[in-house]
Design a protein. Sequence first.
Length: 237
Amino acid sequence: MNLVVKAHRPWVTRLIWVLGVIALLIAGWSAFDFGRYSARFDSADARRSEESFAKNRDALSAEIETLREGTAILKRAAQIEKKAYNELYTTLKALQSEILELKEELAFYRGIVSPRDASRGLRLQKFTFEKNGNSRSYRYKVVLSQVLKNDRVARGKVQLVFEGLQDGQAKVLKLRNVTAKRINELNYKFKYFQNIEGNIEIPDGFVAARIILRIFPRGRQQDMIEKTFDWPKNGEQ
């Protein structure tokens, strides 16, 4: 029996493995580099492209920020302009209302100083009737006058009568039926003009149709003034 003696060199095996791995890495890199070359890949061009993209991104970001700032400025300007327009509109409405009131006041005093009708008698200058908050509460205003040249003091009484329906039946309400203090008549005493104002409240179930206004000058019942007014639209029940 023949014995064969072999030297044991483990480092040789490790060296072969290391060389094999190195060879594989070199082959892989060569293949990668060959692939890049075949695809005409240039790392310098890639860096330049990346830098160009970064510059474009920064430029676009700056442009977006500029547009945002511009939009904010325009939005603020629009808000200021709208506020100024609303304030101007409110001022114009107030001025128009004031002009209308002044015109009415001028017409009122003109009617006292130099009326078209030169008679010296009592006049119903104005009568208004409108809602006063509560759905069944109303405010009336009676304006009486006489010619300015008249030195006589006018005295007398004013009656307000409300005609309508109550439970389908015709009904008449006087001031004492619709005022808190049960007023029967309104007294007046003036030399040139007088405003008579007050509040009334229509009872539930009463559907008003018209208002009758009667003015009785003291001592001259024959000069009584009577006016009938339809129930105003702003007084619909």
